[in-house]
Design a protein around this ligand. Structure first.
Ligand SMILES: *Cc1c(COP(=O)(O)O)cnc(C)c1O
Length: 406
C-alpha cells in the first residue's frame, strides 16, 4: 500500500483508523504454504485472536485457511464467518470443562492443555478425538509476556509429565488424535523450532492414533527496515524434511499444522492517527495524537516496536519526536524517534498494526474504538464503523430513581 492511499483513506473515513491490506495477507499466506509445499498434508489455522474482524476471517477462508480459536466466542465468530466446525480448532488455556464441552458439542476439534481437565474430559467422553498441548520448555519468544514455553509457564502439559499423561490416556481409553505445542511469539532462531519439533516427535511416539501434529506459531516478523525475521523458507525446507521422515517412521501421513497470527496479518495493518498538538518541552518535542493505548496498547504493554511515518509530509526533514497519546496516564508510543517533520493536523502512520492491535483495543477514557478498513483491489472498504455514544451506553442499566435519590 502507498502512503497516498493511506492518507486518502484517513481523509475519507476519519481518524484514528485501522487499515488492512488484503494483498499482503494473501502474499504471507501463500509464502507460508509454499515454504511447506513438500509436506503432503498441510493445514494453516489462522490464530484469530490477532485480528478477528469477520471480513478478515472471510478473506482468509477464501485463501484456504482454517482457524485457531481460544474462546467459545471466537469459535462462534468463526462459524458466523462461514467456517465449518471441522475447519476450527479450539486451543484455549485454563478454560472450564463446561466451555470445552460446549465447543465440542459444536463439532469443533478440542485441544486440552492440563492434566486435570484431560482426566475429567476423558472420563466423561472417552471416545471423543482430543488433541493435547505439550509444553516442550523451550525458552523462546520476544519477551516474558509472549514467551510461553519456559519451565514456569502456565501453558500446556509439561513434557516431563508425559508418563502421567500417558497413564491418564490409557486409564480413560481416550482417543488422542493430535499433539500440539506453541512456544511463544517472536522466535527468531529456526534451530529453536527444530529442537522443539524433536521434542514433539518424541511425545508423539507415545500415541498410536495420531492424525496431526500442530507446531503452533511464533514466527517473528520484521518491525523496522532491515529487521530480522524468521526465515520461513529455510524453516520450511528443514522442518518439512524432518516431518516427512517422522511420518515414514510413524507409518502414516500426518497433517502438519501451523497457527500463525502475526505472520499473516501484522505487516498488513496500518494504524492512522492525527497529530492534535506538537508540544516543546525543555528536553523533548512531543507529538500528541488523537489516540492512545486504548487503541494500540502493544508499545505500553510489552514494549513492541511500531515504525512511525508522517504520511502528510513524507519528504520532510527528519527530526526527533516522542509520540504520545491522549490518555490520562503515561501513554508513549515512541520515544526520541526520528520522524519526518510534524505539524499539527498531520497524519501519522504506525506500521505492523494488523496483529494484536484492534483486537486488544478498549473504551478506556470513554473513547470510541476506531473504524477498520480493508484495502482490496485498490479500494478501501469500511469493515467496521467508528463507535458512537450509544455504544458506550449499551448494556448499562440505569439505577431506578428511588435508589439514586436515597
Ligand atoms: C496466540 C497464539 C498463536 C499465534 O501466535 P502469533 O505469534 O501471533 O503467530 C498461535 N497459537 C496459540 C495457541 C496462540 O495462543
Amino acid at each position: 500500500m502507498q502512503s497516498k492511499d493511506l492518507l486518502q483513506l484517513a481523509e475519507q473515513f476519519g481518524s484514528p483508523l485501522y487499515v488492512y491490506d488484503a494483498e499482503k495477507i494473501k502474499s504471507q499466506y501463500n509464502r507460508l504454504t509454499k515454504a511447506f509445499s513438500k509436506v503432503e498434508k498441510l493445514r494453516i489455522n489462522y490464530a484469530m485472536k490477532a485480528l478477528s474482524n469477520v471480513s478478515i476471517l472471510q478473506l482468509l477462508r477464501e485463501l484456504g485457511s482454517c482457524l485457531d480459536a481460544v474462546s467459545i466466542q471466537e469459535v462462534q465468530l468463526g462459524l458466523h464467518a462461514g467456517y465449518s466446525p471441522d475447519q476450527i480448532f479450539f486451543t484455549p488455556n485454563g478454560v472450564s470443562l463446561e466451555e470445552i464441552e460446549e465447543v465440542h458439542a459444536l463439532g469443533v476439534q478440542i485441544n486440552i492443555d492440563n492434566l486435570s481437565i484431560l482426566e475429567q474430559f476423558g472420563t466423561k467422553h472417552p471416545t471423543v478425538p482430543v488433541c493435547i498441548r505439550i509444553n516442550p520448555h523451550v525458552m523462546a519468544g520476544g519477551n516474558e509476556n509472549i514467551s510461553v514455553g519456559h519451565i514456569d509457564s502456565k501453558f500446556g502439559i509439561s513434557v516431563h509429565q508425559l508418563p502421567h499423561l500417558v497413564r491418564i490416556v490409557e486409564n480413560t481409553n481416550m482417543n488422542i488424535v493430535g499433539i500440539h505445542m506453541h512456544t511463544g511469539s517472536d522466535i527468531l532462531d529456526i534451530e529453536v523450532f527444530l529442537y522443539a519439533a524433536e521434542i514433539l516427535f518424541d511425545a508423539a511416539r507415545n500415541f498410536k492414533n495420531l492424525e496431526f501434529l500442530d507446531f503452533g506459531s511464533g514466527f517473528k516478523v520484521p518491525y523496522k527496515k532491515d529487521d530480522i525475521e524468521t526465515d520461513i523458507e529455510e524453516l520450511g525446507k528443514k522442518l518439512s524434511k524432518r516431518f516427512n521422515a517422522f511420518c515414514d517412521e510413524y507409518g502414516k501421513e500426518l497433517t502438519l499444522i501451523f497457527e500463525p497470527g502475526k505472520f499473516l496479518v501484522s505487516e498488513a495493518g496500518y494504524f492512522l492517527a492525527k497529530v492534535n498538538v506538537v508540544k516543546q518541552t525543555t528536553s523533548t518535542v512531543f507529538a500528541g495524537i488523537d489516540s492512545g493505548f486504548n487503541h494500540l496498547i502493544r508499545p505500553m504493554f510489552y514494549g513492541s516496536q511500531h515504525h512511525i511515518e508522517n504520511i502528510s509530509n513524507p519528504k520532510g526533514k527528519e527530526r526527533f519526536y516522542s509520540v504520545v497519546g491522549y490518555i490520562c496516564e503515561t501513554d508513549t508510543f515512541a520515544s526520541n524517534r526520528r520522524i519526518q517533520e510534524i505539524a499539527e493536523g498531520d497524519i501519522l502512520c504506525f506500521r505492523n498494526a494488523g496483529a494484536y492491535c484492534y483486537s486488544m483495543s478498549s473504551n478506556y477514557n470513554s473513547r470510541y474504538k476506531p473504524a477498520e478498513v480493508l484495502w482490496i483491489n485498490g479500494e478501501g472498504h469500511l469493515i467496521r464503523a467508528h463507535e458512537t455514544f450509544e455504544d458506550l451506553l449499551k448494556n448499562q442499566i440505569p439505577l431506578p430513581e428511588s435508589v439514586v435519590n436515597q
